[in-house]
Ligand binder design. Structure first.
Ligand SMILES: *[C@@H]1O[C@H](CO)[C@@H](O)[C@H](O)[C@H]1NC(C)=O
Ligand SMILES: *[C@@H]1O[C@H](CO)[C@@H](O)[C@H](O)[C@H]1NC(C)=O
Ligand SMILES: *[C@@H]1O[C@H](CO)[C@@H](O)[C@H](O)[C@H]1NC(C)=O
Length: 418
């Protein structure tokens, strides 16, 4: 899996010898260390063929008596305990889970990584993903009630399991938090074993699972339900102008979304080279003939800007003025000489804190610190060494973005606390 992943990215996989050493090191470390998240490989993934009565009052002993190992206790990831540190250092040294991850993030990550799978549902027209209801490991609240998928999801207890090839969404989540953008959804990598899931989900491959937003706002229009508001490229560009319709007319499409949100989106999408939202037609670079945007004959529309629309522009009903970033896997292998600058078009100002982090020269080390929390991802990618090429790519894009900001005399804005 890891190998295939690297190939997809056009990167050389780590040498087998290096992998062997890493694996040995990882095993050694695992033997000695407490896990950072609930889903370290030596622990059972906390999914199981749960029938409601399985969740008896004593799931632990029951698990032990039978064939399934018990779910790990919750809250392994403690803020007062540095991830990945040796036992020797545990006492006396006060470390922290990275500050850019909120308690809420950590709680959701734990649920995604270690929660029991109690229900599943297909998403209409999205064959490649599965929504699952999760119950926190050790949670006994649901003991007597059977799983109610809809209610679980309304309560924020669901996740979306995506394809193995979407694993970069986990990286994207950490990038979002490291930069202080806070617009993407908690995501972890996980291997599933639940008998509730189809075989292709339990065959041992690592998949990303993304927290399911209970109140994403969708247009009623069945052809356009991937948006909270319908927005064409030209309208979007108008809106970005210093005195554009955002402030002028309250009822323009997407007018509840302030300009600063688009700045966050553009910065994030440029670093990851996500073009689905702002440029699904690949107008900003020369796509290969095999690209979906060419095969689906979208690219040819670039000639007529009036036809271009934005997609995956989403907000929550509970927060209509904040974008929610979904589907963030992006293009880690996208070549540097073809970077899509159209993603930045019209943006006059970027969030100061994110730009400061890009400037700090610490982006890679901060990302490593953050990604280290996700043991499954970390180990599957060969740890810091294996992740390095990917992080370098992002860092180089960051430098190119900084240069762009400078050359175009663009400004930064202080992030509003919302
Ligand atoms: C991050 O976003 C969530 C909503 O998605 C919000 O509840 C939280 O307050 C935000 N955190 C910060 C530090 O802005
Ligand atoms: C498991 O199934 C998925 C989806 O069909 C596939 O992409 C993956 O390669 C399989 N993994 C293994 C280890 O067979
Ligand atoms: C940026 O500012 C400099 C100095 O004021 C000016 O010479 C240059 O033309 C500006 N560049 C752009 C792209 O506006």
């Amino acid at each position: 899996m890891a190998q295939r992943l690297w190939r997809r990215m056009g990167l050389k996989p780590p040498a087998p010898a290096a992998l062997g050493v890493l694996l040995a090191l990882a095993l050694l470390a695992l033997a000695r260390l407490p896990p950072s998240l609930d889903h370290s490989p030596h622990l059972p993934p906390a999914s199981s063929p749960l029938s409601p009565q399985w969740e008896g009052a004593a799931p632990l002993s029951r698990g032990r008596a039978c064939c399934e190992r018990p779910p790990p206790p919750p809250a392994r990831l403690r803020r007062d305990q540095p991830p990945g540190r040796g036992r020797r250092q545990q006492r006396g040294v006060v470390g922290h889970a990275p500050l850019w991850l909120s308690d809420d993030d950590l709680q959701k990550m734990r649920l995604l990584a270690g929660g029991w799978v109690v229900s599943k549902a297909r998403i209409p027209a999205h064959g490649q993903v599965l929504r699952v209801g999760l119950r926190a490991a050790g949670d006994t609240k649901g003991d007597t009630s059977p799983a109610d998928p809809e209610r679980d999801c309304q309560d924020g207890q669901c996740g979306l399991i995506k394809r193995p090839s979407d694993l970069y969404e986990v990286l994207a989540f950490h990038l979002d938090r490291v930069l202080g953008l806070n617009r993407s959804l908690p995501a972890v990598a996980r291997r599933f074993t639940s008998h509730l899931l189809p075989y292709s989900y339990t065959n041992g491959s690592l998949r990303p699972i993304i927290w399911w937003v209970p109140d994403l706002q969708h247009l009623e229009d069945a052809n356009n339900d991937q948006n909270s508001c319908a927005l064409g490229w030209l309208q979007y560009q108008e809106m970005l102008k210093p005195h554009g319709p955002t402030l002028a007319t309250g009822n323009a499409p997407c007018s509840s979304i302030p300009r600063s949100e688009w700045s966050r989106l553009a910065l994030f999408d440029f670093l990851l080279q996500v073009h689905d939202r702002l440029d699904r037609y690949c107008c900003g670079f020369q796509p290969d003939p095999s690209e979906p945007c060419v095969e689906e004959r979208l690219h040819e529309k670039c000639r007529n800007p009036a036809e271009l629309v934005l997609v995956h522009i989403l907000v929550r009903r509970s927060a209509p003025s904040r974008l929610v970033f979904i589907d963030n896997a992006g293009r880690p292998h996208h070549p540097e000489e073809k970077l899509n600058f159209r993603l930045l078009q019209g943006i006059g100002s970027f969030p100061a804190a994110a730009v400061a982090t890009l400037r700090s020269g610490r982006l890679q080390s901060l990302l490593l610190e953050s990604l280290r929390l996700d043991r499954e991802l970390w180990e599957s990618q060969g740890g810091a060494e294996g992740l390095r090429p990917l992080l370098r790519t992002i860092d180089r894009r960051a430098r190119i973005l900084l240069q762009y900001i400078q050359e175009h005399n663009l400004t930064v804005f202080a992030d509003s606390p919302r």
